[in-house]
Design a protein around this ligand. Structure first.
Ligand code: SF4
Length: 500
């Protein structure tokens, strides 16, 4: 869809306008001096203490007109001022496109990944719940249903982590193991099919052990505590039981106060990697939160997306994990996988009901640019916006009826129906790491392949990123450098404790 935009001089507004357009149309192109059947003309008046924006949309001989204004604090920074004007512009544009298409965007002008963080921020700044909700509704155009969801998630998070806002001087650790038995079609994670390339796995684990030792040493010296640890990937249970044993033994030896860590999770995502030996190793190190991810309980779907395991295998491995003492199991489902509709979703939920995992994460399919599925989009038939939304409603009803509550939420670009991914948990079974990573209240150190570190300044909350390389070869060549860099940044943020 090509849209002619008039009245916008500042190029910094182009991207936000494109993001809003993409909520309504596939592959939008904004043009500024070419004719088009759909055009929007803006008039921005910046009066110093307020900004007033009007917009007129013309299409197929019809015209819609709307406006919005925002008071501005003359003492506010230029950056904040730009943000407020940008939001006002997005507000006007969204109203026009909603009117034109008849589609209501439940998340309003929010196109980012972490809507709940916005509500946390308002509450942390001292705003009352009512004032925050009014702002989310009137300025950001978020629907009441989604505001209620945001608030219930905030309440739940503060119940399970009452000191959430005070954890800025602790950190969480993410450990990325970049291997999987085979590669799934929708996957953009750093996941390399192992195919007997043991040499590569050995060198990778050598590098990872080094990183853990050096980082552990720094944390001990600086008195920095670890809140949670999460092994992800890839599939961390792709490596052998012996390799897992050595890895966790190292963690115990080198990380500070491992007994005080509030939660250690290992993604056992692919059921085809789970064995009794590996479950015994997890138990040996008191790791009892794992993820076993069915994604769907329809066999043809698993085949279509390249997951080389069966539905029976998922169920079997779930029971095996239970027999081996795993008492906090998460399962993931994805709404909108190819050829799936309401019937398949209802079936997946009915199967989940037979297992009752402690937590269930309901993802909505997103077309990530680098995945096989996106590159061959025409080969995959996916549900319409309406059907996707009904599938989501089904998941919401099912979780409510079965005693699960939403505890974290995030959104992705190109997500079907502009919906969201929601983690639900039974009472007291929420994943603390998921909350920490979403709400950005502390630093997350990423070790291993493809691991992204997010450094959060303990006082200002400012965030900086640092990424380890995604492919094992570059990691193996440069892990010492990546470790040094992270310690350097940590020293800048947290300082170094004087040795006595
Ligand atoms: S199991 Fe997960 S990480 Fe591995 S290829 Fe599939 S989606 Fe990617």
């Amino acid at each position: 869809m090509r849209i002619l935009i008039k009245g916008i001089q500042d190029e910094r507004f182009h991207r936000p306008l494109t993001l809003i357009s993409n909520l309504f149309f596939e592959e939008t192109e904004l043009v500024f001096d070419e004719e088009s059947s759909l055009s929007v003309s803006f008039d921005i008046k910046d009066r110093g203490d307020s900004a007033a924006i009007t917009g007129v949309l013309s299409a197929e001989g019809r015209e819609y007109r709307t406006g919005h204004s925002k008071s501005l604090d003359p003492l506010t920074s230029d950056k904040e001022r730009f943000k407020q004007i940008k939001n006002t512009l997005a507000h006007v544009y969204l109203m026009l496109l909603q009117e034109h298409t008849g589609i209501i965007q439940q998340w309003g002008i929010l196109t980012g990944m972490r809507p709940v963080k916005l509500l946390h921020k308002m509450l942390q700044e001292g705003m009352s719940k009512e004032a925050a909700h009014t702002r989310l509704r009137d300025e950001y155009l978020i629907t009441d249903q989604k505001i209620r969801l945001m608030q219930s998630i905030v309440d739940r998070q503060l119940k399970v982590i009452p000191d959430l806002y005070e954890l800025g001087r602790e950190i969480s650790i993410y450990i990325g193991i970049p291997f999987c038995p085979t590669k799934c079609a929708y996957c953009t994670f750093p996941a390399f099919a192992m195919n007997g390339k043991q040499g590569r796995v050995d060198s990778f684990l050598g590098g990872l052990h080094y990183e853990m030792e050096e980082i552990g040493k720094y944390l001990k010296e600086s008195g920095i505590k670890i809140t949670t640890v999460y092994y992800g990937g890839g599939t961390p249970t792709s490596i052998s039981a012996e390799e897992m044993d050595m890895l966790y033994e190292r963690m115990l030896a080198v990380f500070p106060d491992v007994k005080q860590i509030r939660e250690i999770t290992v993604e056992a995502g692919r059921p085809d990697t789970i064995t009794p030996e590996k479950l015994d190793i997890l138990k040996k190190y008191s790791i009892d939160r794992i993820s076993i991810n069915p994604q769907s309980y329809t066999q043809e779907t698993l085949k279509a997306i390249g997951r080389h395991h069966t539905v029976e295998e998922t169920i079997e491995k779930f029971h095996l994990a239970r027999r081996h003492g795993m008492n906090n199991i998460n399962m993931d489902l994805i709404i909108g996988l190819p050829n799936e509709g309401i019937e398949e979703m209802a079936h997946s939920l009915a199967e989940t009901e037979k297992l009752m995992p402690e937590s269930l994460t309901v993802h909505t399919l997103s077309f990530k640019r680098a995945s096989e599925m996106t590159q061959n989009k025409k080969r995959y038939k996916v549900a319409s916006r309406e059907e996707t939304s009904k599938m989501m409603d089904l998941a919401v009803d099912w979780t409510t009826e079965n005693g699960y509550e939403p505890y974290y939420l995030y959104r992705q670009k190109n997500i079907l129906g502009n919906l969201e991914n929601v983690g639900y948990a039974l009472e007291g079974q929420d994943s603390l790491y998921n909350i920490m990573i979403m709400e950005e209240q502390q630093t997350i150190l990423g070790l291993g392949c493809g691991a992204a570190s997010k450094f959060r300044h303990p006082e200002t909350g400012k965030i900086a990123h640092f990424n380890n390389p995604k492919d094992p070869k570059s990691y193996n060549d440069g892990y010492k450098h990546y470790t040094e860099e992270k310690i350097r940044i940590m020293k800048e943020l947290f300082g170094v404790r004087e040795q006595v």
